[in-house]
Design a protein around this ligand. Structure first.
Ligand code: F6R
Length: 612
C-alpha cells in the first residue's frame, strides 16, 4: 500500500527510481511522484495516475541527480490528484518527503501548525508531517535528523518516510514504524524501497529496517539509530530472489504468469519438507514448537482476504486431522473486539505479504496476552515473519499481480503440512491416512498442471458469461472456502458483483437472486458432500439459473445437469481445493481481460495493505 523507493550514489538516480516505482506499482497506483536533488536544488515532479503518466509528464524536464526519492500512491487522505500526490514539501520548500502509512494524529498536528501560520496545499497527512518536522527544526534550531527524531516521538500511526533536504544534499533520511523498508547496500550506493523488487537487480545485500529505527544514508555510509539516538548495527542479509521472478517472462499479465507458475510454486512450498517415499514430513521452522501446537487448547487463524480463505480451508483440515478446535478470524475484527485469548492458544497468522497491518496488530495483541504466534508467510523477512515466534514460509516467490493466486495454493499446501505434522505427532491420524495424504500432496503439482490445460476452454466460458451482472459461487466442506475465493477473484478483477456461499445456505436467502440471468458456479468435485451438492445444483436448475460446474474426472451425473462443465483431476478432498481453485482463477482472469480491464492493477486495490 503505497510504494516508496530511493537511490543515493553515483548513478543517475531518476532512472533507478522510476524503474523501482514501476516494480512497486502493484502497491498502489493512484498517482506517482519523484523528488530529485541535484546539488543544492530540489526538483519535484508528480502526477495523478500510473507511473507511465508521470514518465510522460517529466519529458524535457531537468532529471539530473544522484539522490532521488519516489512514491506510488494508494490514497488514504485526500482524493487521487496531482495536489495530493507525493512527494510533499515543507513550507520553506527545502525538505521533500514520501510516506507510506497513516499519521493518525495528523488532525491535531495540523491544527497546531495552522495556528503558527503554516499553509497546506494538499489534504494529506504526509504534508502535515513534513511541515511539523520543519517547524521543529526552526524552533529548536536543530538538524533535520534531530527534528525528525523529535517529531516521531509525537507521531501516532504507521509510517515509512523518506526525506531529502536541500541543505544536506549528500544525505537521505528514512524512518520506519509498522510499514516495511528495505535498504540495498551496493558499492558506494544505497537503494531504499518498500520491498526488495526494485533492489534485486543492483545488489543482493540488504538490511531490513526495524520499527522505531532511523536510517541516515549517504552514498558510501549507512547509519542506523533508534529513536533515542543510539547507534544500531545494521544486519546485512542476502536476498534470495532472482530478477526473472519479478518480470512477466513473456506472459501478458503477472496474474496469468502467476497462475501458470503454480505447479512449480506448490512444488517449491513442499520441497525439502515432504518426502512421501520415505513417509516423512519435516517442518524446520516449527521444530521447537510442534509440542505447543500438539497441546494447543485452541488454534486461532488470523488473516485477511485470500489468506483468510486459506485459513478457512485449514480449519477443515486441522480439525479433521488433529482434533483441535480451530477458529478463523478476520484479523481486523479479532483485534478490536477484545477477544478471549491467552496462554495455551496458538495463533497462526497467514499472509502473503507479511505486512498486512490488520494481521500484524491482531498478532501483536494476542502475543501480549500470552498466545504463541506462528506465521505462514510468503515474503521472507517480512514484519509478520519477524513478529512470529516460529513459522513456515510458503516459498511461492514474489507475487506481483494484485489478485493473489499462487500464494493461496502455496498457503494451502503449507497449512496441510502443518495439520499433518501435528496430527502425526499427536496420534490423531492413522499411518495409512498419513501416507495417503503425503502421496496426494506429492501428486498435487502434476494435477494442477493438468487443470491449467483447461485454459482455452475456460476462456470460451468466460466469453459466454462476461456480461453477467452478478455471479453466485457455491461449494460445501473443503470447497466452500474455494467458492468464496472464486467470488473474490471475480469481483477484484472484473468488477462484477459475485457472492460466495456454502451451497446449503443458498436456500436461506441467496436463492431469491436466481433466475435465467444468474450464472452460478458450483465447486462440486467428488467428496463426502457430493450427493448433497448435486441436489443443490438441481435446486438452481429448477429455477432456471445457469450452472457452471467444476467437477471431477469420471463424474457421470453433474455433466448432464450443468450448462458448462470444467473437469479437474480427482484428489482427496483435503487436497482438492488446491486444484479446484485453478479454474476459478482462470475464469476471473479471462473475464477481466475480455472486459478490457487492467487485471494486474484492479481499480482501488493495492497489493500490500499496510494501513488498518
Ligand atoms: C485478494 C488479495 C487480498 C489479500 C489480503 C491479505 O486477491 O490479494 O485479499 O489476500 O489483502 O493480504 P496478505 O496475504 O498479504 O496478508
Amino acid at each position: 500500500m503505497c510504494g516508496i523507493v530511493a537511490y543515493i550514489g553515483k548513478r543517475e538516480a531518476y532512472p533507478v527510481v522510476i524503474k523501482g516505482l514501476r516494480r512497486l506499482e502493484y502497491r498502489g497506483y493512484d498517482s506517482a511522484g519523484v523528488a530529485l536533488l541535484n546539488g543544492g536544488k530540489l526538483n519535484v515532479y508528480k502526477k495523478k495516475g500510473k507511473v507511465a503518466e508521470l514518465e510522460d509528464h517529466v519529458v524535457g524536464k531537468d532529471l539530473h541527480s544522484v539522490l532521488a526519492i519516489g512514491h506510488t500512491r494508494w490514497a488514504t487522505h485526500g482524493e487521487p490528484c496531482d495536489r495530493n500526490a507525493h512527494p510533499h514539501l515543507s513550507g520553506d520548500g527545502k525538505l521533500a518527503m514520501v510516506h507510506n502509512g497513516i499519521i493518525e494524529n495528523y488532525g491535531q498536528l495540523k491544527k497546531e501548525l495552522l495556528s503558527k501560520g503554516h499553509q497546506f496545499s494538499s489534504d494529506t497527512d504526509t504534508e502535515v508531517l513534513i511541515h511539523f518536522i520543519q517547524e521543529i527544526k526552526k524552533s529548536n534550531q536543530c538538524s533535520t535528523e534531530e527534528a525528525l527524531r523529535i517529531a516521531l516521538k509525537r507521531v501516532v500511526g504507521a509510517y515509512v518516510i523518506l526525506i531529502v533536504d536541500e541543505d544536506n544534499p549528500d544525505t537521505l533520511l528514512a524512518a520506519r514504524k509498522g510499514s516495511p523498508l528495505v535498504i540495498g547496500v551496493g558499492k558506494g550506493e544505497h537503494f531504499l524501497a518498500s520491498d526488495a523488487s526494485p533492489i534485486v537487480e543492483y545488489t543482493k545485500e540488504v538490511v531490513y529496517v526495524n520499527d522505531y529505527e532511523i536510517a541516515i544514508v549517504k552514498a558510501d555510509e549507512l547509519i542506523l539509530k533508534n529513536i533515542s539516538n543510539e547507534i544500531q548495527t545494521p544486519y546485512i542479509q542476502k536476498l534470495d530472489v532472482e530478477l526473472a521472478a519479478i518480470e512477466k517472462g513473456g506472459y501478458d499479465h503477472f496474474m496469468l504468469k502467476e497462475i501458470f507458475e503454480q505447479p512449480q510454486t506448490i512444488f517449491d512450498s513442499l520441497r525439502g519438507r515432504l518426502d512421501a517415499k520415505a513417509g516423512k514430513l519435516t517442518l524446520g521452522g516449527l521444530r521447537e514448537h510442534t509440542d505447543l501446537l500438539k497441546e494447543a487448547k485452541r488454534i486461532i487463524i488470523v488473516a485477511c482476504g485470500t489468506s483468510w480463505h486459506a485459513g478457512l480451508v485449514a480449519e477443515y483440515m486441522i480439525e479433521e486431522l488433529c482434533r483441535i478446535p480451530v477458529e478463523v478470524e478476520y484479523a481486523s475484527e479479532f483485534r478490536y473486539r477484545n477477544p478471549v485469548v491467552g496462554k495455551g492458544d496458538v495463533i497462526i497468522a497467514v499472509s502473503q505479504s507479511g505486512e498486512t497491518a490488520d494481521t500484524l496488530v491482531a498478532m501483536e495483541s494476542a502475543k501480549e496476552k500470552g498466545a504463541i504466534i506462528l506465521g505462514v508467510c510468503n515474503v521472507v523477512g517480512s514484519s509478520i515473519a519477524r513478529l512470529s515466534h516460529a513459522g513456515v514460509y510458503t516459498h511461492a516467490g514474489p507475487e506481483i499481480g494484485v489478485a493473489s493466486t499462487k500464494a493461496f495454493t502455496a498457503q494451502l499446501a503449507v497449512l496441510a503440512l502443518i495439520g499433518l505434522k501435528v496430527a502425526m505427532e499427536k496420534g490423531t491420524i492413522t499411518e495409512q491416512r498419513f501416507q495417503h495424504l503425503l502421496d496426494e500432496l506429492e501428486d498435487v503439482s502434476d494435477k494442477v498442471a493438468i487443470a491449467l490445460e483447461l485454459n482455452e476452454q475456460i476462456k470460451k466460458i468466460a466469453d459466454k458469461y462476461k456480461d453477467a451482472r452478478d455471479f453466485l459461487y457455491l461449494g460445501r466442506g473443503y470447497n466452500f472456502p474455494v467458492a468464496l475465493e472464486g467470488a473474490l477473484k471475480l469481483k477484484e478483477i472484473s468488477y462484477i458483483h459475485a457472492e460466495g456461499y456454502p451451497a446449503a445456505e443458498m436456500k436461506h436467502g441467496p436463492i431469491a437472486l436466481v433466475d435465467e440471468n444468474l450464472p452460478v458456479v458450483f465447486v462440486a468435485t467428488k467428496d463426502s458432500y457430493y450427493e448433497k451438492i448435486v441436489s443443490n445444483i438441481q435446486e438452481i436448475k429448477a429455477r432456471k439459473g445457469m450452472v457452471i460446474a467444476i467437477t471431477t474426472e469420471g463424474d457421470q451425473v453433474i455433466p448432464g445437469m450443468a450448462d458448462d462443465v470444467i473437469v479437474v483431476p480427482e484428489a482427496d478432498e483435503l487436497v482438492a481445493p488446491i486444484i479446484s481453485v485453478i479454474p476459478l482463477q482462470l475464469l476471473a482472469y479471462h473475464i477481466g481481460v475480455l472486459k478490457g480491464l487492467d487485471v494486474d492493477k484492479p481499480r482501488n486495490l493495492a497489493k500490500s495493505v499496510t494501513v488498518e
